[in-house]
Design a protein. Structure first.
Length: 496
């Protein structure tokens, strides 16, 4: 009995010791591997170096690392710099091992032919010819409203005088910048002409004005089958930019020879999937419509998702319009949604800029604005190795955009780019209206903020079309041009 009790006591003591040892042993975790670029796909040119820096978890001094290509180990450090002169597709496997096991992850790197050195284009010399630029020359406006018609930019107009003619009735000539206020009193067609008298010649511009029935005539109420998302892209006219087509993480988004209609269909497909659409540099824009009119509730009515961060916002100005003539096309009056900078020194209305098509591949794109300022959209092969940032569906040797501009506040120091946000009212901007929504963090906007040409509340009861337009100029060396990105546009009422 004593021998049995002795054995029993020893067994209990040993069991207690084993349990105590198990309790003292910390529970372990396998290593974790994450990436800032969640797609794990990269694009570089032959001869370029790409440093792969994973975000690792549960590692210590005993952790081991192994980077391999086709089964051959190429590096045993936590970070790996890949480079090759041979174009092709490379899959690189990372294995991270600690005391509790091994985790692995794979990245894909596409290496393209090395591009020639970037060329910096020169703007064509001023030929001294008179030119004027108008945001539009055809107008549709609801009865009871008014519009302002004026060129946004006049080149070489020194000494010119201007005269307006409405339905045969002329105004007095003036040397001031021409501006005509039209009041829409009677439904019907109106003909307006602007004549510039120069020293030896005259130049004319005709405008078509249609006074439409009062607001509400063509309103389309939402139904049970209405969708929140935009159901059509009417226009996609991006300014040149590295992220527009060929961004290294996702590759070309538009096929060679793409038409404007095909580009719009592609963008709609991207919006439906909440994929990125870049508007390029200042002025680039996107216009969408819906299967119903979106009501002005006085609260948040629109949801527009971008990809801003607390250190990187690329604000876009939002415009709205009604289908005033009922033809289903966005050819009516546009109203700017006033953001936090509207009417301040950080905001400029009636701005205009012209981009010039590069004559050589792998070249920056030069621009000049209405004030005579010049600049570049840089060619950055690291972000986009495509030969040109001028898109196939953008015809002509120049592109002129019109709209409002926000002051650029970007900075670059010690390899870090900072693009601070404005307080509120802009797409792709981490302001206080970039908040949680049913599709994640996104911007919310009020139709009630629409302003007319006088800067007063437009008092729109509803809208049918939305335009988002890149609002800042400039670039930073490592990120390229400041370009608004859009992932989703929808009726917030139907998302709740």
């Amino acid at each position: 009995m004593k021998r049995f009790m002795t054995r029993l006591i020893l067994l209990i003591l040993c069991s207690s010791w084993i349990c105590a040892c198990q309790e003292d042993t910390p529970k372990g975790h396998l290593p974790t591997i994450r990436w800032e670029e969640t797609s794990r796909r990269f694009r570089i040119q032959a001869g370029e170096a790409l440093t792969l820096i994973p975000i690792l978890g549960y590692t210590d001094k005993q952790t081991t690392y192994a980077w391999s290509i086709e089964g051959e180990t190429v590096c045993k450090e936590a970070e790996y710099t890949f480079t090759t002169t041979v174009p092709g597709t490379y899959f690189i496997l990372l294995r991270v091992s600690n005391a509790f096991g091994t985790a692995e992850d794979e990245v894909k790197i596409t290496v393209s032919e090395k591009a020639p050195s970037q060329t910096t284009p020169e703007l064509p010399p001023n030929d001294g010819k008179f030119r004027w630029h108008f945001a539009q020359t055809v107008f549709h406006v609801s009865q009871g409203r008014s519009i302002r018609i004026s060129p946004s930019w006049i080149e070489n107009g020194e000494g010119a005088s201007y005269r307006w003619t409405l339905n045969g009735t002329e105004t007095e000539p003036t040397t001031e910048k021409p501006c005509f206020i039209f009041s829409a009193t009677e439904v019907g067609e109106q003909k307006l002409t602007l004549t510039a008298q120069l020293d030896s010649a005259s130049v004319t511009q005709e405008f078509g004005i249609t006074v439409c029935p009062p607001e509400g005539t063509f309103r389309r109420e939402a139904s049970a089958s209405s969708r929140a998302e935009a159901n059509r892209v009417y226009a996609y006219r991006p300014a040149p930019g590295a992220m527009v087509n060929g961004y290294k993480i996702i590759g070309p988004g538009f096929p060679p020879g793409c038409t404007h209609e095909e580009a719009c269909d592609t963008v709609l497909s991207h919006l439906n999937r909440q994929w990125m659409t870049s508007l390029g540099g200042w002025g680039g824009y996107l216009i969408v419509g819906f299967d119903h009119s979106i009501a002005n509730s006085g609260e948040y009515d629109l949801c527009i998702k971008g990809n801003p961060f607390n250190y990187q916002s690329e604000p876009g100005i939002i415009w709205v319009s009604q289908d005033e003539n009922g033809d289903g096309q966005p050819n009516d009056t546009w109203y700017e949604l006033a953001g936090s900078e509207y009417g301040t020194a950080n905001w400029e209305a009636d701005y205009a800029m012209t981009y010039h098509r590069p004559s050589q591949p792998y070249s920056a794109v030069a621009w000049q604005d209405k004030h005579g300022e010049t600049g570049l959209i840089p060619y950055l092969s690291y972000w986009n190795p495509e030969p040109s940032y001028w898109q196939d569906w953008m015809e002509g040797e120049t592109l002129t955009f019109h709209g409002s501009r926000l002051a650029s506040r970007h900075s670059y120091e010690n390899g870090v780019s900072k693009l601070p946000a404005y307080p509120w009212g802009y797409a792709d901007n981490d302001g206080n209206d970039n908040t949680s929504t049913p599709i994640g963090k996104a911007g919310l906007f009020k139709i009630n903020h629409a302003r007319n040409w006088e800067g007063r509340e437009a008092n729109l009861a509803y809208i049918d079309f939305v335009k988002v337009q890149s609002a800042q100029t400039g670039y930073t060396p490592n990120l390229g041009e400041i370009s608004t990105e859009v992932y989703y546009i929808g009726d917030y009422h139907l998302m709740k």
